[in-house]
Design a protein around this ligand. Structure first.
Ligand SMILES: [Zn+2]
Length: 342
C-alpha cells in the first residue's frame, strides 16, 4: 500500500509517499481502506518533533480515520466486511481508574492511532474495534472524519468542563481553526451568546454564518477593549482558549469576576506568566480540557448525524499532497477541517 511517512523530524518536506507492506489486523482489530483522514495541528507538532509524545520513526500520522472494513482480526464480530466505520481517536484500556470513572479521555494506557501506532495517512490502516462508530448513509467519509477531535474537544471544553448555560456569553478564540468553528456551533446550540475572533474579515463572516453573534478582528482591534464594548463593560462568562502566549493573559482579562476559562491548546506559547493575585481575587476557574470521553464523542457524532452540528471542511488533499496540506495548516489559511483522501 501507499503511506505517507517521515523518517526524521522537520518541515513539511520530510513527509514522503512510500510503498510499504499492507498491515495485518490482530485480535480486536479491523483493517480499513481509508477514505478520509482528518488533519490536526498535533500532526504538525509531531512532524516537527515538538509534540512531547513518544514517536517511533518512521512514523505514519493521522488521528481521525474513516473508511471501509476490508478485513477483521480474530474475535471481531461487531462489524462486517464493507461496513463504513469511523475509528475511535483514542481507544482506551477500559480498566484503569480514569476509564472506570467514565473519563477514558484520561486513560493511563491509551493506544492512539497516528501516535502510538500508524495512523490514517495511508491507503490502509489497522484500527481498534473498540469504540468505533458506524457511519450512516447521510454522512460522507469526509464529514465523519471531521467530527471527533473538533466537536468532541469543543463539547468537552464548553459543556462539560466550562459548564456553559443558555443566556451566558462566551468568547471563542480563533473562529477559523477547526475547533473554533466547532465551538461556535456547540455554544450556539447551548443557547449562549457567542463572541469570536479571527485575523481576517472573510473568516469572521464565515463565523457569523455558523452562529457567532459578535466578531472581533484581532489584527485591527484590541481584544480586551472589544470584548468590553460587546458586553457593556461586563466581560464574558467563559473563554474558550487554545492560543496561549500573550493571548492567554488577554483571555483572562476578558472574564467577568467569577468567570471560567477552559484551555485545550497553546500553539502561540506553552509557558505563560500568570497573575495569581488576579486569579484568586476574581475567583477565576482555570479549566484544563483534554479531548473528550467516549460518551461525549458519541453525543457529538449523534448530533452531527441529526444535522444539528455541521462539520466545516476547508479542503481535502490526496495522499501525495500531504506536505502541501501541512503548509496550509501552518500558514493558517484554512477555515475548518483539512483532510486527506487516500
Ligand atoms: Zn484506561
Amino acid at each position: 500500500m501507499k503511506a505517507v511517512r517521515f523518517h526524521q523530524f522537520g518541515g513539511p518536506e520530510v513527509l514522503r509517499l512510500e510503498d510499504i507492506p499492507d498491515p495485518v489486523p490482530m485480535a480486536g482489530e479491523i483493517l480499513l481502506r481509508v477514505r478520509a483522514c482528518g488533519l490536526n495541528h498535533l500532526d504538525v507538532d509531531c512532524r516537527a518533533g515538538v509534540s512531547r509524545l513518544p514517536l517511533t520513526l518512521p512514523h505514519t500520522l493521522g488521528r481521525e480515520i474513516a473508511g471501509e472494513v476490508v478485513a477483521l482480526g480474530p474475535g471481531v464480530d461487531s462489524v462486517r466486511i464493507g461496513d463504513r466505520i469511523l475509528a475511535h481517536i483514542a481507544p482506551a484500556c477500559g480498566r484503569c481508574g480514569a476509564c472506570l470513572a467514565g473519563r477514558d479521555n484520561l486513560c493511563q494506557k491509551p493506544n492512539l492511532p497516528g501516535i502510538h501506532c500508524p495512523g490514517g495517512y495511508a491507503e490502509l490502516a489497522v484500527v481498534s474495534a473498540w469504540g468505533m462508530e458506524g457511519i450512516p448513509p447521510q454522512l460522507s467519509f469526509q464529514e465523519a472524519a471531521a467530527v471527533p477531535i473538533a466537536f468532541g474537544t469543543a463539547w468537552h471544553m464548553l459543556i462539560t468542563r466550562g459548564r456553559l448555560r443558555a443566556g451566558e456569553t462566551v468568547l471563542i478564540q480563533a473562529a477559523g481553526s477547526t475547533i473554533g468553528s466547532a465551538a461556535i456551533q456547540v455554544a450556539h446550540l447551548a443557547g449562549a451568546r457567542v463572541i469570536t475572533t479571527a485575523g481576517s474579515d472573510a473568516k469572521l463572516a464565515k463565523a457569523k454564518a455558523l452562529g457567532a453573534h459578535e466578531t472581533i478582528n484581532y489584527r485591527e482591534e484590541d481584544l480586551v477593549a472589544a470584548v468590553r464594548r460587546h458586553t457593556d463593560g461586563r466581560g464574558v462568562d467563559l473563554v474558550f482558549e487554545h492560543i496561549g502566549g500573550e493571548v492567554f493573559a488577554q483571555s483572562l482579562a476578558c472574564l467577568v469576576p467569577g468567570g471560567r476559562m477552559a484551555v485545550c491548546g497553546a500553539h502561540a506559547g506553552e509557558v505563560v506568566p500568570l497573575d495569581i493575585i488576579d486569579l484568586f481575587r476574581r475567583e477565576i476557574d482555570l479549566l484544563g480540557s483534554f479531548r473528550a470521553p467516549s460518551t461525549e464523542l458519541r453525543q457529538v457524532f449523534d448530533l452531527v448525524v441529526q444535522g444539528r452540528l455541521r462539520p466545516v471542511i476547508h479542503a481535502a488533499f490526496p495522499l501525495a499532497e500531504a506536505a502541501e496540506a501541512h503548509r496550509v495548516m501552518e500558514r493558517r489559511e484554512h477555515f475548518g477541517k483539512l483532510l486527506l483522501v487516500p
